[in-house]
Design a binder for this molecule. Structure first.
Ligand code: PLP
Length: 397
Protein backbone atom coordinates (compact mmCIF):
# COMPACT_ATOMS: atom_id res chain seq x y z
CA UNK A 1 0.00 0.00 0.00
CA UNK A 2 1.28 3.47 -0.81
CA UNK A 3 -0.30 6.75 0.19
CA UNK A 4 -0.52 9.58 -2.33
CA UNK A 5 2.43 11.92 -2.79
CA UNK A 6 0.20 14.81 -1.72
CA UNK A 7 -0.22 13.20 1.70
CA UNK A 8 3.52 12.65 2.05
CA UNK A 9 3.97 16.37 1.45
CA UNK A 10 1.86 17.33 4.43
CA UNK A 11 3.90 18.11 7.50
CA UNK A 12 2.69 16.52 10.73
CA UNK A 13 -0.31 18.38 12.13
CA UNK A 14 0.80 21.42 14.06
CA UNK A 15 -0.18 20.01 17.41
CA UNK A 16 0.93 16.40 16.88
CA UNK A 17 4.46 16.63 18.35
CA UNK A 18 3.36 18.77 21.25
CA UNK A 19 0.45 16.44 21.98
CA UNK A 20 2.87 13.52 22.20
CA UNK A 21 5.07 15.29 24.76
CA UNK A 22 2.01 16.42 26.71
CA UNK A 23 0.70 12.85 26.85
CA UNK A 24 4.07 11.60 28.10
CA UNK A 25 4.13 14.24 30.87
CA UNK A 26 0.53 13.57 31.84
CA UNK A 27 1.27 9.85 31.99
CA UNK A 28 3.87 10.71 34.65
CA UNK A 29 1.17 12.53 36.60
CA UNK A 30 2.33 16.03 35.67
CA UNK A 31 -0.37 18.74 35.61
CA UNK A 32 -0.02 20.25 32.15
CA UNK A 33 -1.93 23.46 31.30
CA UNK A 34 -2.75 23.84 27.63
CA UNK A 35 -2.93 27.29 26.11
CA UNK A 36 -2.56 25.66 22.71
CA UNK A 37 -5.72 24.94 20.79
CA UNK A 38 -8.36 27.62 20.23
CA UNK A 39 -11.36 25.70 21.46
CA UNK A 40 -13.82 27.66 23.66
CA UNK A 41 -14.01 26.25 27.21
CA UNK A 42 -17.53 27.58 27.84
CA UNK A 43 -20.60 25.52 26.89
CA UNK A 44 -22.89 26.30 23.95
CA UNK A 45 -25.59 28.76 25.15
CA UNK A 46 -28.68 26.95 26.47
CA UNK A 47 -31.16 28.47 23.98
CA UNK A 48 -29.12 26.96 21.14
CA UNK A 49 -28.90 23.54 22.81
CA UNK A 50 -32.67 23.66 23.43
CA UNK A 51 -33.34 24.40 19.75
CA UNK A 52 -31.37 21.28 18.83
CA UNK A 53 -33.15 19.18 21.48
CA UNK A 54 -36.47 20.15 19.94
CA UNK A 55 -35.35 19.76 16.33
CA UNK A 56 -33.93 16.30 16.87
CA UNK A 57 -37.47 14.97 17.47
CA UNK A 58 -38.61 15.98 13.98
CA UNK A 59 -38.65 12.82 11.81
CA UNK A 60 -38.28 14.92 8.64
CA UNK A 61 -34.80 15.83 9.90
CA UNK A 62 -33.83 12.16 10.20
CA UNK A 63 -33.59 11.88 6.42
CA UNK A 64 -30.87 13.22 4.15
CA UNK A 65 -30.59 16.98 4.51
CA UNK A 66 -30.82 19.49 1.68
CA UNK A 67 -27.21 19.32 0.45
CA UNK A 68 -26.76 23.10 0.25
CA UNK A 69 -28.32 23.53 3.68
CA UNK A 70 -32.02 23.92 4.50
CA UNK A 71 -33.53 27.05 2.99
CA UNK A 72 -34.40 28.09 6.56
CA UNK A 73 -30.74 27.89 7.59
CA UNK A 74 -29.53 29.69 4.49
CA UNK A 75 -32.15 32.38 5.10
CA UNK A 76 -30.90 32.75 8.69
CA UNK A 77 -27.37 33.19 7.32
CA UNK A 78 -28.64 35.90 4.95
CA UNK A 79 -30.46 37.59 7.85
CA UNK A 80 -27.24 37.52 9.86
CA UNK A 81 -25.34 39.14 6.97
CA UNK A 82 -27.97 41.87 6.79
CA UNK A 83 -28.30 42.46 10.54
CA UNK A 84 -24.61 42.41 11.24
CA UNK A 85 -23.10 44.01 8.12
CA UNK A 86 -25.94 45.45 6.05
CA UNK A 87 -24.90 43.00 3.31
CA UNK A 88 -27.63 41.69 1.01
CA UNK A 89 -27.25 38.08 -0.17
CA UNK A 90 -29.68 35.72 -1.88
CA UNK A 91 -30.15 32.63 0.33
CA UNK A 92 -30.97 30.57 -2.78
CA UNK A 93 -27.82 31.22 -4.76
CA UNK A 94 -25.27 33.05 -2.63
CA UNK A 95 -25.26 31.03 0.62
CA UNK A 96 -24.03 27.51 1.32
CA UNK A 97 -24.18 25.62 4.61
CA UNK A 98 -20.84 24.11 5.67
CA UNK A 99 -19.88 21.28 8.01
CA UNK A 100 -17.72 23.81 9.82
CA UNK A 101 -15.89 26.51 7.86
CA UNK A 102 -12.72 24.38 7.77
CA UNK A 103 -14.56 21.96 5.50
CA UNK A 104 -15.55 24.74 3.08
CA UNK A 105 -12.09 26.29 3.06
CA UNK A 106 -10.47 22.90 2.38
CA UNK A 107 -12.89 22.06 -0.43
CA UNK A 108 -12.58 25.44 -2.15
CA UNK A 109 -9.30 24.26 -3.67
CA UNK A 110 -11.04 21.31 -5.33
CA UNK A 111 -13.40 23.78 -7.02
CA UNK A 112 -10.79 26.27 -8.22
CA UNK A 113 -7.26 24.86 -8.29
CA UNK A 114 -5.58 22.65 -10.90
CA UNK A 115 -2.37 20.69 -10.33
CA UNK A 116 0.62 23.05 -10.63
CA UNK A 117 -1.47 26.15 -9.94
CA UNK A 118 -0.75 28.59 -7.12
CA UNK A 119 -2.70 29.54 -4.06
CA UNK A 120 -1.78 32.82 -2.38
CA UNK A 121 -1.79 32.42 1.39
CA UNK A 122 -0.67 34.69 4.22
CA UNK A 123 2.77 33.66 5.47
CA UNK A 124 1.21 33.43 8.93
CA UNK A 125 -2.21 31.84 8.79
CA UNK A 126 -4.70 29.06 9.26
CA UNK A 127 -2.79 26.00 7.94
CA UNK A 128 -5.71 24.73 5.80
CA UNK A 129 -5.20 27.46 3.17
CA UNK A 130 -1.93 25.89 2.03
CA UNK A 131 -2.66 22.26 2.96
CA UNK A 132 -5.69 22.45 0.65
CA UNK A 133 -3.31 23.40 -2.16
CA UNK A 134 -0.92 20.54 -1.31
CA UNK A 135 -3.80 18.05 -1.48
CA UNK A 136 -4.60 19.32 -5.00
CA UNK A 137 -0.95 18.96 -6.11
CA UNK A 138 -0.78 22.74 -6.29
CA UNK A 139 1.68 25.24 -4.81
CA UNK A 140 1.40 27.89 -2.14
CA UNK A 141 2.95 31.33 -2.43
CA UNK A 142 3.26 32.82 1.03
CA UNK A 143 2.52 36.53 1.08
CA UNK A 144 4.90 38.21 3.57
CA UNK A 145 3.30 39.17 6.85
CA UNK A 146 5.31 40.94 9.51
CA UNK A 147 4.87 43.23 12.50
CA UNK A 148 6.19 46.04 10.26
CA UNK A 149 3.27 45.75 7.85
CA UNK A 150 0.77 45.34 10.70
CA UNK A 151 0.49 41.64 9.81
CA UNK A 152 -1.38 42.61 6.64
CA UNK A 153 -0.29 40.06 4.02
CA UNK A 154 1.72 41.82 1.28
CA UNK A 155 0.49 41.04 -2.26
CA UNK A 156 2.42 43.86 -3.95
CA UNK A 157 5.53 41.83 -4.72
CA UNK A 158 4.25 38.54 -6.12
CA UNK A 159 6.45 37.26 -9.00
CA UNK A 160 4.73 37.41 -12.41
CA UNK A 161 5.01 33.66 -13.05
CA UNK A 162 3.30 32.93 -9.71
CA UNK A 163 0.60 35.50 -10.37
CA UNK A 164 -0.12 33.99 -13.80
CA UNK A 165 -0.99 30.68 -12.14
CA UNK A 166 -2.67 32.06 -8.99
CA UNK A 167 -6.28 30.96 -8.53
CA UNK A 168 -7.24 31.82 -4.94
CA UNK A 169 -6.00 34.43 -2.48
CA UNK A 170 -6.78 33.65 1.15
CA UNK A 171 -7.03 36.40 3.74
CA UNK A 172 -8.50 36.35 7.23
CA UNK A 173 -9.10 39.37 9.49
CA UNK A 174 -9.54 39.51 12.45
CA UNK A 175 -6.56 37.22 12.13
CA UNK A 176 -5.78 33.89 13.69
CA UNK A 177 -3.06 33.64 14.99
CA UNK A 178 -1.70 37.22 15.09
CA UNK A 179 -4.87 38.91 16.38
CA UNK A 180 -4.35 41.60 13.71
CA UNK A 181 -7.30 43.50 12.26
CA UNK A 182 -7.44 45.01 8.78
CA UNK A 183 -8.53 48.52 7.80
CA UNK A 184 -11.23 48.47 5.10
CA UNK A 185 -8.81 50.20 2.70
CA UNK A 186 -6.74 47.02 2.79
CA UNK A 187 -9.79 44.99 1.75
CA UNK A 188 -10.45 47.47 -1.07
CA UNK A 189 -6.90 47.07 -2.31
CA UNK A 190 -7.16 43.26 -2.19
CA UNK A 191 -10.49 43.34 -4.06
CA UNK A 192 -9.02 45.59 -6.80
CA UNK A 193 -5.96 43.34 -7.05
CA UNK A 194 -7.99 40.14 -7.38
CA UNK A 195 -10.33 41.73 -9.94
CA UNK A 196 -7.36 42.87 -12.01
CA UNK A 197 -5.74 39.43 -11.96
CA UNK A 198 -8.82 37.23 -12.15
CA UNK A 199 -8.23 35.66 -8.73
CA UNK A 200 -10.90 34.43 -6.32
CA UNK A 201 -10.57 36.25 -3.00
CA UNK A 202 -11.49 33.97 -0.09
CA UNK A 203 -11.97 35.81 3.19
CA UNK A 204 -12.01 33.76 6.38
CA UNK A 205 -14.08 35.70 8.92
CA UNK A 206 -14.21 33.17 11.78
CA UNK A 207 -13.70 35.91 14.42
CA UNK A 208 -16.07 38.58 13.06
CA UNK A 209 -18.04 38.68 16.32
CA UNK A 210 -15.28 38.32 18.90
CA UNK A 211 -13.86 41.81 19.23
CA UNK A 212 -12.96 44.18 22.05
CA UNK A 213 -12.54 47.81 23.08
CA UNK A 214 -15.42 48.91 20.85
CA UNK A 215 -13.93 47.53 17.65
CA UNK A 216 -16.52 46.00 15.28
CA UNK A 217 -15.14 43.79 12.50
CA UNK A 218 -16.51 44.25 8.98
CA UNK A 219 -17.43 41.69 6.33
CA UNK A 220 -15.35 42.03 3.18
CA UNK A 221 -18.68 41.89 1.31
CA UNK A 222 -19.51 45.36 2.63
CA UNK A 223 -16.93 46.74 0.24
CA UNK A 224 -17.81 47.95 -3.26
CA UNK A 225 -17.21 45.35 -5.97
CA UNK A 226 -16.55 42.59 -3.44
CA UNK A 227 -19.27 40.30 -4.71
CA UNK A 228 -17.57 40.10 -8.10
CA UNK A 229 -14.55 38.28 -6.68
CA UNK A 230 -15.14 37.33 -3.03
CA UNK A 231 -16.34 34.33 -1.13
CA UNK A 232 -16.44 34.73 2.64
CA UNK A 233 -16.38 32.00 5.27
CA UNK A 234 -18.19 32.21 8.58
CA UNK A 235 -18.06 29.79 11.46
CA UNK A 236 -20.48 29.36 14.35
CA UNK A 237 -17.72 27.61 16.30
CA UNK A 238 -16.00 30.47 18.07
CA UNK A 239 -18.74 33.09 18.74
CA UNK A 240 -21.31 30.52 19.94
CA UNK A 241 -18.97 27.97 21.57
CA UNK A 242 -20.02 25.40 18.98
CA UNK A 243 -16.73 23.85 17.79
CA UNK A 244 -18.08 20.33 18.34
CA UNK A 245 -21.24 20.87 16.32
CA UNK A 246 -19.52 21.48 12.95
CA UNK A 247 -21.56 24.24 11.43
CA UNK A 248 -20.64 27.31 9.37
CA UNK A 249 -21.45 28.87 6.02
CA UNK A 250 -19.97 30.33 2.86
CA UNK A 251 -21.45 33.44 1.31
CA UNK A 252 -20.71 35.79 -1.56
CA UNK A 253 -20.01 35.50 -5.28
CA UNK A 254 -22.62 33.19 -6.80
CA UNK A 255 -20.27 31.38 -9.17
CA UNK A 256 -17.83 30.64 -6.35
CA UNK A 257 -20.55 29.54 -3.92
CA UNK A 258 -22.15 27.30 -6.54
CA UNK A 259 -18.81 25.75 -7.58
CA UNK A 260 -18.07 24.91 -3.95
CA UNK A 261 -21.58 23.49 -3.75
CA UNK A 262 -20.87 21.13 -6.67
CA UNK A 263 -17.77 19.81 -4.90
CA UNK A 264 -19.71 19.28 -1.70
CA UNK A 265 -22.65 17.65 -3.50
CA UNK A 266 -20.25 15.00 -4.67
CA UNK A 267 -18.31 14.56 -1.45
CA UNK A 268 -20.72 14.93 1.44
CA UNK A 269 -24.46 15.10 1.87
CA UNK A 270 -24.68 18.19 4.00
CA UNK A 271 -24.99 18.79 7.73
CA UNK A 272 -27.66 17.18 9.96
CA UNK A 273 -30.75 19.40 9.64
CA UNK A 274 -31.25 19.47 13.43
CA UNK A 275 -27.80 21.02 13.81
CA UNK A 276 -28.79 23.59 11.21
CA UNK A 277 -31.88 24.32 13.32
CA UNK A 278 -29.56 25.05 16.25
CA UNK A 279 -27.54 27.24 13.89
CA UNK A 280 -30.68 29.22 13.00
CA UNK A 281 -31.26 29.88 16.70
CA UNK A 282 -27.62 30.94 17.13
CA UNK A 283 -27.69 33.37 14.20
CA UNK A 284 -31.16 34.84 14.70
CA UNK A 285 -31.79 34.44 18.46
CA UNK A 286 -30.47 36.61 21.28
CA UNK A 287 -26.83 37.67 20.89
CA UNK A 288 -26.42 38.33 24.64
CA UNK A 289 -24.12 35.35 25.03
CA UNK A 290 -21.79 36.63 22.33
CA UNK A 291 -21.50 39.96 24.13
CA UNK A 292 -20.80 38.06 27.35
CA UNK A 293 -18.08 35.97 25.68
CA UNK A 294 -16.44 39.15 24.39
CA UNK A 295 -16.30 40.51 27.95
CA UNK A 296 -14.90 37.17 29.09
CA UNK A 297 -12.13 37.07 26.51
CA UNK A 298 -11.27 40.75 26.91
CA UNK A 299 -10.69 40.16 30.63
CA UNK A 300 -8.52 37.12 29.95
CA UNK A 301 -6.63 38.98 27.27
CA UNK A 302 -5.79 41.73 29.76
CA UNK A 303 -4.66 39.15 32.33
CA UNK A 304 -2.34 37.48 29.85
CA UNK A 305 -0.98 40.62 28.19
CA UNK A 306 -0.23 42.26 31.56
CA UNK A 307 1.43 39.11 32.87
CA UNK A 308 3.53 38.66 29.72
CA UNK A 309 4.67 42.27 29.82
CA UNK A 310 5.56 41.85 33.49
CA UNK A 311 7.89 38.99 32.64
CA UNK A 312 9.41 40.82 29.70
CA UNK A 313 7.66 39.06 26.84
CA UNK A 314 6.67 41.42 24.04
CA UNK A 315 3.12 41.29 22.72
CA UNK A 316 0.34 43.55 21.48
CA UNK A 317 -3.11 43.60 23.04
CA UNK A 318 -5.38 42.25 20.28
CA UNK A 319 -8.64 44.04 19.41
CA UNK A 320 -10.25 40.78 18.28
CA UNK A 321 -9.86 36.96 18.19
CA UNK A 322 -9.14 34.69 21.13
CA UNK A 323 -5.36 34.71 20.84
CA UNK A 324 -2.34 36.60 22.09
CA UNK A 325 0.57 36.60 19.67
CA UNK A 326 3.83 37.02 21.58
CA UNK A 327 7.46 37.40 20.61
CA UNK A 328 9.80 34.66 21.86
CA UNK A 329 12.71 35.81 24.02
CA UNK A 330 16.20 36.20 22.58
CA UNK A 331 18.07 32.97 22.00
CA UNK A 332 14.96 30.92 21.27
CA UNK A 333 13.07 29.82 18.19
CA UNK A 334 9.31 29.38 18.22
CA UNK A 335 9.70 25.69 18.73
CA UNK A 336 12.52 25.72 21.27
CA UNK A 337 10.61 28.26 23.37
CA UNK A 338 7.40 26.24 23.20
CA UNK A 339 9.36 23.13 24.16
CA UNK A 340 11.10 24.94 27.02
CA UNK A 341 7.74 26.13 28.35
CA UNK A 342 6.34 22.63 28.19
CA UNK A 343 9.35 21.06 29.89
CA UNK A 344 10.00 23.73 32.55
CA UNK A 345 6.57 25.24 33.17
CA UNK A 346 4.35 22.39 31.97
CA UNK A 347 2.50 24.90 29.85
CA UNK A 348 1.55 24.31 26.23
CA UNK A 349 1.68 27.19 23.77
CA UNK A 350 1.68 26.96 19.99
CA UNK A 351 4.91 27.69 18.11
CA UNK A 352 4.29 30.50 15.60
CA UNK A 353 6.34 28.69 12.97
CA UNK A 354 3.51 26.18 12.62
CA UNK A 355 1.42 28.90 10.96
CA UNK A 356 3.88 29.53 8.15
CA UNK A 357 7.32 30.99 7.43
CA UNK A 358 6.83 34.44 8.98
CA UNK A 359 5.45 32.91 12.17
CA UNK A 360 8.98 32.05 13.29
CA UNK A 361 9.97 34.03 16.38
CA UNK A 362 6.49 34.02 17.88
CA UNK A 363 4.20 31.87 20.00
CA UNK A 364 0.41 31.89 20.13
CA UNK A 365 -1.43 31.78 23.44
CA UNK A 366 -5.10 30.86 23.32
CA UNK A 367 -7.55 32.53 25.73
CA UNK A 368 -9.86 29.51 25.89
CA UNK A 369 -8.68 28.38 29.33
CA UNK A 370 -10.44 29.30 32.62
CA UNK A 371 -9.01 32.42 34.33
CA UNK A 372 -7.41 30.65 37.29
CA UNK A 373 -5.59 28.16 35.06
CA UNK A 374 -4.55 30.95 32.71
CA UNK A 375 -3.07 32.91 35.62
CA UNK A 376 -1.34 29.84 36.99
CA UNK A 377 0.15 29.16 33.56
CA UNK A 378 1.60 32.66 33.34
CA UNK A 379 2.91 32.40 36.91
CA UNK A 380 4.62 29.13 36.04
CA UNK A 381 6.14 30.77 32.98
CA UNK A 382 7.49 33.56 35.16
CA UNK A 383 9.12 31.10 37.58
CA UNK A 384 10.54 28.95 34.80
CA UNK A 385 12.07 31.92 33.06
CA UNK A 386 13.54 33.38 36.23
CA UNK A 387 15.27 30.06 36.79
CA UNK A 388 16.61 29.89 33.24
CA UNK A 389 20.23 30.91 33.09
CA UNK A 390 21.02 33.57 30.54
CA UNK A 391 17.36 34.32 29.91
CA UNK A 392 16.87 37.72 28.33
CA UNK A 393 13.40 39.16 27.94
CA UNK A 394 12.38 39.84 24.33
CA UNK A 395 12.09 43.56 24.92
CA UNK A 396 15.58 43.74 26.38
CA UNK A 397 17.58 46.52 24.71
C1 PLP B 1 -11.43 27.90 14.02
C2 PLP B 1 -11.12 28.45 12.66
C3 PLP B 1 -11.74 27.96 11.51
C4 PLP B 1 -12.59 26.71 11.50
O1 PLP B 1 -13.73 26.76 12.14
P1 PLP B 1 -14.78 25.58 12.03
O2 PLP B 1 -16.02 26.26 11.60
O3 PLP B 1 -14.85 25.00 13.40
O4 PLP B 1 -14.31 24.59 11.02
C5 PLP B 1 -11.47 28.56 10.30
N1 PLP B 1 -10.62 29.58 10.21
C6 PLP B 1 -9.98 30.07 11.28
C7 PLP B 1 -9.05 31.19 11.11
C8 PLP B 1 -10.20 29.52 12.54
O5 PLP B 1 -9.52 29.97 13.58
Amino acid sequence: MQVADSLKNIKPYLFATIDKKRDALRAQGVDVISLGIGDPDQPTPAHIVDAMAEAIKNPAFHQYPDYAGSIEYRTACAQYMDRRFGVDVDPDTEVLALIGSKEGIAHLHTAFVNPGDYVLAPSIGYPVYSIGATLMHANTYFMPMTADNGFLADFDHIPADVLAKAKIMFLGYPNNPTGAIAPVEYFDKAIAFCREHGILLAHDNAYADLSYDGYVAPSILERPGAKEVCIEFFSLSKPYNMTGWRIGFAVGNEEAVQALGVVKNNLDSGQFTAIQAAGIEALTGTQDNVAEMCEFYARRRDLVVDALHAIGVECESPKATIYVWAKVPHGYTSESFAEALLEKAHVIVTPGSGYGPDGEGYIRISLTTPDDRLLEAVERMRTAMAETEGFEPSNHR
